[in-house]
Design a protein around this ligand. Structure first.
Ligand code: SF4
Ligand code: SF4
Length: 512
């Protein structure tokens, strides 16, 4: 725009975009970024559409952001009216009397585009701020195993087999857990290297774990001992499930595992005697056993009610295997159960052996530890009452690292590494089979479960599974801790600041 005086004086008119137009185009572009790109990124993060952000939905917001950048550069190119140039000079504006050089024009356009892109990205990230923690964990270059693999671990194989209680079967001391297994190559390599016990469940990767193991076991099923669970992709079967429904679920596992029998069926994550002894499970198991579709019965538990569950399982005479959380630092309470199980020739399979697997996040611990995992495994296997330990494999190099511990003996150095780990995680690790704080929660929250799901998220890197489990708490979640007077404070004998940990877990496990 040019004033009448400049026009009369014959000053050259320069087209300049109005400020209101720039602001409007930018506002529309940011709105489109929020609603279209932000939603696309959310869909991608949630796994609904892995390519959402790369599809046609990208075009509209990007075109609008580009338009905003061009509008801005057109506005700042030069004052519209010659008479305003001195005024702008006085307020600090660099006012060109002539059109700027090509280099300066490129710089100006570049700045405009970079500014619009930054604003758009900020809006998209703000729309998905709840996923930022997820993203940091998904994409951060964090060590998932020992930071410095050693040459002597290469090609490690199973070197020890142990008797699985009264089943009489010999199994590898280190076994293939599949909760985080997503790679056929990893499963095949572990089996090639002598692992003979695999542990799976229909709800691991929504049946994907069983399917993958079925493929990995092709041609070698006879030498593998397969453990699965009474559950479906949606979770554990409740105690009142009709017998035909239980049998149907197990037959689904048989199909996915490409086998005619499952060696061991667990009542999974069992906390209640009502579920442990549910007639429906036992009748279904007996029928499956008669048909040759199942061989042995087991129970897995990491609940506070372990003593009652384990003792009832042993006393019932029905169970051949107990699968328990067991790691370094566990004392006489667990030893009592292990001794009773040994007296009845009931096998003990150890899980959760890495005591929270927090070594991945302990930067000050990495180099010193060498392999914390090997030390932790040796501690567990130093107890002859443990038949084997189940550890989740997710990466190829874990096969070398983990199997190197097979058949080896706990050393003084291992003990020092484990003691240092304990010092570093003090006050941060919720112990399995504990539950000492549960009665102090006025809302009746399953504090131990919430903190375990946070561990799955943060330390095991099973983000989606952790969020799924947390969502299934159905209202009994840590949102109830917001604004609570926290009578639970001080009730954890292991020094956890419960309310703080619960709120942190809620933030982590709740999508935006
Ligand atoms: S928070 Fe503490 S008291 Fe509560 S279950 Fe965990 S370790 Fe036990
Ligand atoms: S802060 Fe949370 S865990 Fe503690 S008493 Fe309140 S609701 Fe329960």
């Amino acid at each position: 725009m040019q004033c009448a005086r400049c026009a009369a004086a014959g000053e050259p008119a320069v087209f300049r975009v109005r400020g209101a137009v720039v602001v409007t185009v930018l506002a529309v572009a940011l709105w489109a970024s929020w609603t279209i790109l932000g939603t696309a990124l959310h869909d991608m993060a949630e796994g609904i559409d892995p390519h959402a952000i790369l599809g046609p939905r990208l075009l509209v917001p990007v075109a609008l952001l580009l338009a905003a950048a061009l509008a801005w550069t057109a506005r700042v190119r030069r004052p519209a009216c010659a008479c305003r140039r001195p005024l702008l000079s006085r307020v600090g504006g660099a006012v060109p009397e002539v059109e700027p050089s090509g280099r300066r024009r490129v710089l100006r356009h570049g700045l405009g585009i970079a500014g619009a892109a930054t604003a758009g990205a900020a809006v998209v990230m703000a729309r998905n701020r709840g996923w930022i923690t997820v993203g940091r964990n998904l994409f951060a270059d964090v060590e998932k195993t020992a930071p410095t693999p050693r040459a002597e671990w290469e090609g490690a194989t199973i070197r020890s087999q142990r008797r699985l209680g009264r089943t009489g079967v010999l199994v590898s001391d280190i076994s293939l857990g599949s909760a985080a297994l997503r790679s056929l190559e990893v499963a095949e390599l572990a089996l090639d290297r002598g692992v003979t016990y695999v542990d799976t469940a229909p709800d691991y990767a929504r049946e994907g774990s069983e399917e993958l193991l079925g493929r990995a076991m092709m041609g070698r099923r006879e030498r593998i001992f397969v453990a699965s669970k009474f559950c479906t992709a949606d979770g554990h079967l409740p105690p009142d499930t009709p017998v035909p429904r239980i049998i149907e679920a197990v037959e689904g596992s048989l199909r996915r595992l490409r086998t005619d029998r499952i060696d061991l069926l667990h009542i999974h994550s069992c906390d209640r005697l009502e579920r442990l002894l549910a007639p429906s499970f036992h009748e279904a198991f007996d029928r499956l056993k008669e048909q040759g579709k199942a061989r042995f019965l087991g129970v897995s538990s990491h609940s506070p009610n372990l003593h009652a569950v384990a003792n009832a399982a042993i006393d019932s005479g029905r169970f051949d295997v107990l699968m328990l959380a067991y790691h370094h630092g566990m004392g006489w309470e667990l030893d009592q159960i292990l001794a009773r199980a040994a007296d009845h020739d009931v096998a003990v399979v150890a899980m959760k052996t890495l005591k929270g697997a927090k070594h991945q996040n302990l930067t000050e611990f990495r180099e010193e530890a060498g392999s914390y995992a090997q030390a932790a495994f040796r501690w567990v296997l130093s107890n002859p009452r443990v038949s084997c330990l189940v550890i989740s494999f997710s990466e190829l190099r874990q096969v070398d690292e983990y199997l190197h511990a097979s058949g080896t003996t706990l050393t003084a150095h291992d003990r020092a590494v484990l003691a240092r780990y304990d010092r570093l995680i003090d006050g941060a690790y919720c112990r399995p089979h504990c539950g000492a704080c549960l009665d102090s929660c006025i809302a009746g929250l399953p504090v131990d479960d919430v903190l375990r799901y946070a561990m799955y998220f943060e330390d095991y890197r099973s983000e989606k599974e952790a969020m799924r489990l947390y969502a299934a708490l159905d209202g009994l979640d840590a949102s109830r801790c917001i604004g609570c007077a926290a009578p639970c404070a001080g009730s954890c004998p292991h020094g956890l600041a419960i309310q703080y940990r619960m709120l942190d877990a809620h933030r982590m496990l709740t999508p935006a």
